[in-house]
Design a binder for this molecule. Sequence first.
Ligand code: HEM
Length: 419
Amino acid sequence: MHPIKTASAPWTDSTLPLLAAGYAWLPDRMRATDGEPVRTRLLGRPVIALRGPEAIGFFYDERHVKRTAALPGPVLDTLFGRGAVHTLDGDAHRVRKAMFLALLKDGAGVSALAEHVAQQWAKASTEWQDGRDVVLFDEAAVILARAVCAWVGVERSDEAYRRVAEDCVAMVDGFATPGPRHWRARAARKRQEEALVAEICTIREGGELVSDSGTALEVVAWHRDADGRLLDPHTAAVELLNIIRPTVAIAWFAAFAAHALHRWPAHREPLRKDTGSRYARAFAHEVRRFYPFAPFVGGLAVSDLTWRGENIAKDTLVLLDLYGHDHDPGLWDSPYRFDPQRFTDREPGADELIPQGGGDPARGHRCPGEDITVAVLSTLVTQLADLDFEVPDQDLTIPLSRVPTRPRSGFVFRAVRER
Ligand code: HEM
């Protein structure tokens, strides 16, 4: 039996401290309890935050934690969309999730998307050779938007791809904050949902898909939910955007990867010599572990529960600390050292590295886009290591109080010559 040392003052609301401290808020609170559950309130709601391998099993068990009604409206109206897979439980979730897994975990499909990204990078990089200042974050977002739109089967004009990139960035950038960033995110989502509703309707007018090998656009348009019905066009658009938007969000990891290469240039040579992408994959995993992106995930207690002797009342918001887990000194040797060697000889275990959630993606809400993230990021890292560039003076600080954060400058570079 563990001596439970929960944080004091469970009645105090932490919404403002969370907004002020960002990524540091939960790990700091966890440190104060030696990693034991933290009790507090967010937006007036009782909260318990958990961390560790055992907590992952507890959190992703649907008998304990559900997602329906767990996410606040402002997060749905910016990041995920109303009716998204993120908000479903039980059969409704399993059937919708199976669609995502079939699309996003297919090895040939993952490689094809990474290839689209490589081609778009090659195309864009010819324009950088004139020595202009390039903001990597912005360029990566456009490269990823072009690649993923081609991959899902959505064609756009050049100008419209830029808009997709900007809107997807805005949706992610504004989900966790009040004020102008939030309103920009709402407008961006509305615009992209409307455009995709039109695509879904056009596909449906063309007649039902008969083979299994359609584009993601076709698969989503003709997907039947657990009740046997097609998704309404808005929900279909939301789910298509749940493929496009997070793929564009790999731009955050691209900027972090550039930051890491700049800060620890010794990794450039092994990346250049890398055959079979082993080092690039290890580097991508370490970028996902080391840098802050998703701070935690949450759901509601299904009933009155007990976690290691601690009572959790029905409807308590249960959080799982992702960022803290990936930096827990009890789980990682020198967690604040950037070291791809952790993963050069092996792939990380399912519940070892959890920047995109834990557990089994088929049974719970773990991100179905991890294979894509790792493949695309490995591709970008390889391209970046191959490029000769200068890094002009700029503000590369990564403020932990900002969610989501990134190097303030977006990582500006100047290509020096073609290799
Ligand atoms: C950019 C890096 C990414 C990060 C940091 C990330 C992170 C996450 C996290 C933390 C979750 C929630 C896990 C949970 O609730 O337990 C999630 C879910 C999800 N992600 Fe990702 N993700 C990324 C990329 C992707 C990509 C590339 C795709 C699709 C191409 C994707 C599609 C999804 C979907 C559809 C869900 C909902 C799964 C469900 O509710 O069952 N993500 N992601």
